[in-house]
Structures are given as C-alpha cells and as structure tokens.
Design a protein around this ligand. Structure first.
Ligand SMILES: [Zn+2]
Length: 128
C-alpha cells in the first residue's frame, strides 16, 4: 500500500513538473511569437517608411522633370533643356550660332501701350 502511495506521489510530482515545464515552454513560445510579431511589425514599418521615401523621391524626380521643360531648337530641332536654350520671341535655340541664324524677317513692332486711363482721369478732373 505504501508503495502505491509513493508511486502516486512520484507520479503526481512528475505530472506537476511536466505541467510546469509545459507552461514555461508555452510562455517562451508566446514570448517568441510576440517578439517575432514585433520584429515583423518593425520590418513592415521600416518597409513602409522606405516605400514612402521612395514615393517621395519619385514624386520629386517627376516634379523636377516637369520643371525641366524641354524645347527644340528653331534652327536644327535639337531638343534642349529650357534653361540651357537661348530664348527669344517665343523661339528657342540650342546654341549661339543658331540663335544668330534665327530668321529676322519679321521685326517685332512693340506696340506702345497707350495710357488711356490717365487721359480719362484728366478729363474727368477737368470736368469737376
Ligand atoms: Zn540648333
């Protein structure tokens, strides 16, 4: 009978130990899972940030490309960046020689802007 009690006690002890061990390993597994999830989240956040930065850079590049309007030379048709071209009277030239070659058949007659408002105010003030 005492043997049975000892055996039962040992069995109970063994079961409790096993339960404890299982619980500990379970907790460890949960902790690991949590850590992994956190790491994954951090990675996702980093990736999102990288993607955002990339999108920003791309938008910036697109904007820069848009700002850098391309024009073609009126003489040879060479496409040049607008800031590098020589511009005159709405025409663009790739280089100074081509700028000098520009057709000058139609001289721009700058129509002097008549200041009509001034005369109008003058007449009105005279009338008053
Ligand atoms: Zn040219």
């Amino acid at each position: 009978m005492i043997e049975f009690i000892i055996f039962a006690a040992l069995a109970w002890f063994a079961i409790t130990m096993m339960k404890d061990l299982m619980r500990i390993s379970e907790q460890k597994a949960i902790e690991n899972a949590k850590k992994k999830a956190q790491e994954a989240m951090e990675v996702t956040r980093a990736e999102a940030e990288a993607a955002r930065a990339e999108a920003k850079a791309r938008a910036k590049a697109v904007k820069a490309a848009e700002a850098e309007e391309m024009v073609s030379c009126a003489i040879c048709g060479t496409v040049t960046a607008k800031h590098e071209a020589i511009a005159t009277q709405g025409q663009y030239f790739c280089s100074e020689p081509h700028f000098l070659q520009r057709p000058r058949s139609e001289p721009v007659a700058e129509t002097p802007v008549e200041n009509t408002t001034e005369s109008v105010t003058q007449t009105t003030s005279e009338n008053l």
